[in-house]
Design a protein around this ligand. Structure first.
Ligand code: ADP
Ligand code: MG
Length: 691
């Protein structure tokens, strides 16, 4: 039987090969694909607003007669068309237009247009509104429907997509869409069938409640939202299955490495660290690859946990790889691990993209022969030329951005390419529960929910940058008392070069103003060895003040540093600020974080900095960040692709996360359904993480 999936878009009137090609780029080939290109919002064009009652910012329909149409030269040439109705005037302005348009919009023409009201040179204006000349009569009250708005598609105009979807709906009546969800499930949640839902969202009837549709809470929309979230969940569970279909080397605790290491530590593990370690030990002893995410607030002591996991693997004769997101952090781990493990007779190797030539060849040989038991570095660890002899555990630190695709690729790196390595992922940021449940459905989670004893709370101070003098004095005083401080320069510009320039300028200024202090500078453009050298001198206490870009954001651990000053904190996300602040408060002394903003602060900006001032709980802060900035920002760029939903909105629809998680496992037993849903919602888009 034919289905919508078998009917190509070229079947529709007006779709030639050129348009079909544009659609193909969006992964739209069949009519079903087109109907799953869903409107993400609606416009209310059911009423014409009298021009005399327009307000700036209104998104609305007006209708009137062209009073005059002028070509205005100005800074940019534009076509200025003045419309009038009984109540007032409105100008439509076009910066791009052709002769036909100009002729059409001649004096006396009757025009209906839709746009956003803006203040302009000639009064209220619509820029590039959608318009119709000689429009048909407006539907009577109670007959009009909302206008669907589709996600932007390059080279295809809204009205065009709208028209084509309407055409496709005619086919929908004859060829209903396969409903993958069990009927019991739909009735439990009182949701409509898939065909009805699709029909309704593309062409909502006049009787459908406008406010529900506008907010995305109509049952038809919610049905689709739930299905979309479910498809994402299933896709992650499928990744997990694919990884765990491989066997792993069971790493049974053996020898006394773990014990000797623990005895050498100057502190006892916290209860939370012990707890998480017992989860990890349990996983590692299985012949199935571990897939575990360890979340722990800044300073909760994840590194020691990583080291202990590594030692269990080493005790079982396996190789371990530890990857960190930045060279600074990887380097710091390399040093820590050297200090901890060399006395235990363990061989370590360092590998980053910058290790070249002879040294690289030698390192690769040591990794391949198994002589190097622990290999530490950046993502360069997993380039193709790196062959491990007996890799059985991969630890990814402070790297919640590590994508699913990469987790999948790691399968191949294990012993003999046949046994998959165990994976331990440590997050840089606590992740709100709902988000973790959906974004990391393929991982088990452990939380280190306790800080080592004796930590003093960090006092956070919010101050405008016209008090810069005072702040510089404060730094001077703290450093003269023997403390160390960070001065963090931020810039919104993506350009790393600009960031580094700003940090250089600040460092110069501070060197001049604080001649009695030793000031260092670290940023992303320094060579790895230079960075390491500066960090080392700071750690050894040879430098008092470290001026830095956000390269020190995660992981850097210098317990004697007790003051951090962050410039323009209003430009950063809360989670990122919390991470930066976590560079202090690691030692015995009272610590301070000074947030020096550039006034005026927006209301929202003020609320954000206050939230940070009032709380030191990473989970609370992450929740706030999620509310304010959405999941893409909280998870970071790499994961953004995976949280890009067509319809679902994380905040609005989080009520679905738990039910979806509950229904997923039973659906996993039916590969046809899983494939059907994943194909429908994720399509040919390369799966997660590969963005
Ligand atoms: P994070 O979780 O942010 O990666 P780290 O692993 O860098 O934290 O640990 C922060 C600091 O706390 C380090 O200096 C570490 O040596 C210390 N530390 C870790 N565990 C404990 C503990 N149980 N007791 C005291 N100090 C600890
Ligand atoms: Mg860390």
């Amino acid at each position: 039987m034919t289905s919508l999936d078998d009917i190509p878009v070229t079947q529709l009137k007006g779709v030639g090969s050129a348009l079909a090609e544009k659609f193909a780029k969006l992964g739209i080939h069949s009519l079903q694909d087109l109907l799953f290109h869903l409107p993400h919002r609606y416009e209310d064009r059911t009423r014409v607003t009298p021009m005399g009652r327009l307000r700036i910012g209104d998104l609305t329909v007006v209708e009137g007669e062209v009073m005059k149409s002028d070509l205005v030269m100005g800074r940019r040439r534009s076509l200025q068309v003045t419309l009038k109705d009984d109540s007032g005037f409105l100008v439509m302005r076009f910066f791009h237009f052709n002769a036909a348009q100009k002729n059409q919009l001649a004096e006396g023409a009757r025009v209906r247009c839709f746009g956003e009201v803006r203040p302009g040179r000639a009064g209220y204006e619509f820029y590039h509104p959608e318009y119709q000349v000689n429009p048909p009569p407006m539907p009577a009250d109670g007959e009009a429907t909302l206008t669907p708005v589709y996600p932007l598609t390059e080279g295809i105009q809204q009205p065009r997509v709208r028209g084509l979807c309407q055409q496709a709906l005619v086919y929908l009546q004859r060829y209903p869409i396969k409903d993958w969800l069990p009927p019991e499930l739909l009735s439990d949640y009182q949701l409509p069938g898939i065909t009805d839902a699709v029909q309704l969202v593309h062409s909502p009837p006049a009787s459908a409640p406008v406010h529900l549709l506008m907010e995305g809470r109509h049952p038809a929309q919610q049905r689709l939202v739930m299905e979309e979230l479910l498809a994402h969940q299933l896709s992650l569970l499928q990744v997990r299955e694919q990884i765990q279909a491989r066997e792993a080397l069971p790493l049974l605790p053996a020898g006394d490495l773990v014990q000797r290491f623990q005895e050498s530590l100057p502190f006892d593990l916290t209860g939370a660290q012990r707890h998480v370690l017992s989860d990890i030990r349990q996983d590692l002893s299985q012949p199935v690859p571990m897939l575990r995410l360890v979340q722990g607030d800044v300073g909760s002591g994840k590194t020691v946990v990583a080291a202990l996991a590594a030692l269990q693997a080493l005790g079982a004769g396996a190789q371990v790889a530890l990857m960190a997101p930045t060279e600074i952090l990887a380097e710091q781990h390399y040093r820590n691990f050297q200090e901890w493990m060399t006395p235990l007779g363990i061989q370590l190797a360092w590998l980053s993209g910058k290790v070249k030539g002879k040294v690289r060849r030698e390192t690769l040989a040591a990794v391949a022969s198994g002589e190097a038991q622990v290999v530490i570095g950046t993502h360069a660890l997993f380039q193709d030329d790196v062959q491990f002899q007996r890799l059985a555990l991969v630890i990814v630190d402070e790297q919640h951005r590590f994508g699913v695709h990469q987790r999948l690729a790691l399968r191949e790196k294990g012993v003999g390419g046949a046994l998959a390595p165990h994976q331990l992922i440590m997050t840089a940021t606590p992740i709100p529960r709902t988000l973790a449940m959906s974004a990391y459905a393929d991982l088990d989670t452990s939380v280190i929910d306790e800080l080592p004893p004796g930590r003093k709370p960090i006092e956070t101070i919010v101050i405008p940058d016209n008090r810069r003098e005072d702040v510089v004095e404060r730094v001077r005083k703290a450093c003269l008392e023997g403390r160390q401080a960070y001065w963090v320069c931020t810039l919104i510009e993506e350009s790393e070069a600009l960031q580094c320039q700003a940090a250089e300028a600040t460092a110069e200024e501070l060197v001049e103003r604080l001649p009695e202090l030793k000031v260092g500078l670290v940023h992303g453009r320094l060579k790895a060895s230079e960075k390491a050298d500066v960090m080392d001198r700071f750690k050894q206490g040879e430098l008092d003040l470290l001026v830095a870009t956000t390269v020190i954001e995660v992981g850097v651990d210098v317990p004697n540093a007790s003051l951090i000053l962050i410039e323009n904190p209003e430009r950063l996300g809360l989670a990122q600020l919390h991470q930066l602040r976590g560079r202090v408060g690691r030692g015995e002394q009272a610590s301070f974080c000074v947030l020096m903003y550039h006034p005026p602060l927006s209301l929202n900006g003020k609320a954000r900095l206050q939230a940070l001032r009032d709380s030191q709980d990473g989970f609370f802060i992450a929740e706030k960040d999620l509310e304010i900035r959405g999941p893409g920002e909280v998870l970071g760029t790499r994961q953004t692709g995976m949280m890009q939903f067509r319809l679902a909105d994380f905040e609005r629809d989080k009520g679905w996360i738990e039910p979806v998680r509950e229904m997923a496992p039973s659906l996993m037993r039916s590969p046809v359904i899983v494939e059907g849903l994943i194909r429908r919602w994720l399509g040919e888009r390369i799966r997660y993480g590969d963005v």
